[in-house]
Design a protein around this ligand. Sequence first.
Ligand code: NM2
Ligand code: OGA
Ligand code: ZN
Length: 341
Amino acid sequence: MPESRNKNNGQRLFSVKDLPSSISIDKAYMDDEGNVCVLFKPEDHLSVFTQHWLRSNCYELNNHFDDRSEKQKTLWQKNSFENGLPIIDYDSMSKDDTKLKALCSLRDIGFFVLTGVPTVEGQVLKVISAMGYTRETNYGALFEVRTEINPNNLAYTNLGLGSHTDNPYRDPVPTVQLLHCLESSTEGGDSILVDGFKAASILRDENEENFLTLTSSWINYRFSDSKTDLRSRVLMIELNDNHEIIKVRYNNRSIDTINVPKDKVRLFYKAYRHWSEVIERDELKIQFKLSEGDLMLFDNTRVMHARTKFSKTGKRHLQGAYTDLDGLYSLLNTLENKKND
Ligand code: NM2
Ligand code: OGA
Ligand code: ZN
């Protein structure tokens, strides 16, 4: 371990300002093991790189790490699932291999469905704690999705809900959502998922100007009830430094007064209307009905969810909760590291 890092945890011990501003390479050579050694002056500091590391970090290759980018994902639409949805048996989640498979599905496709999850109240929190940490919000550590009298949110009615991401009025947004079905005996109440990255990429293909508008117009979202007033000013489609899609936020129930420069208002509505029309296309939607013991988990920065309206007869009860991608990806990475060791 080089002296510039802590021997135990590998964390860097110096700050950039500790480097001499006149730093330059004195010599570079290959050692007996094929490592590239670089001697820096004026400090005579020796850095040793493997060839593999240097290659994979080469600036020109532009293959920087970004596990949120569209480039790292498999975009999908309805007909991508002719061989079935990513469904995993809950019992097998105690095995590392199955956990890894589920987490890869979350990273690459944006969701997975567990079957056979015990229909016990609070189980959704146990599912989270086996993989990461609960993200508690004003809705609680977990929330009951069922019909209520005088609900503070339309989710708690029997109305259909259009495709949306949850909590765009919160910044940062909860990046993963789970919905666990405890009871399902109503007519209707089907679940719908749409790949928001796919929808945004279709918008880009069909009309670049509209795409540019939604990736550069900051808009306000808001949720308020008697105890809460959450507000955000964010983008509907967010890009990284390489112009790749990394995040979508879309929830028609919670858009606040649009506040964009006055010469941009028409352009904004043109783009917003176009995108909402893309999102509602049948060929983008997968539709299925959650049965008792099913749990769906999805990337709330990418995958939009919706539900069809349901009958007043029968019962429909889901328990929902949020967690975050950082913790889940951390587990994915450690499981992958273990496998490659
Ligand atoms: N609930 C289900 O983000 C939203 O307002 C959608 C969220 C109430 C926690 C519903
Ligand atoms: C939600 C939601 C969908 C459903 O709770 O955020 O969108 O199937 N619910 O009830
Ligand atoms: Zn929702």
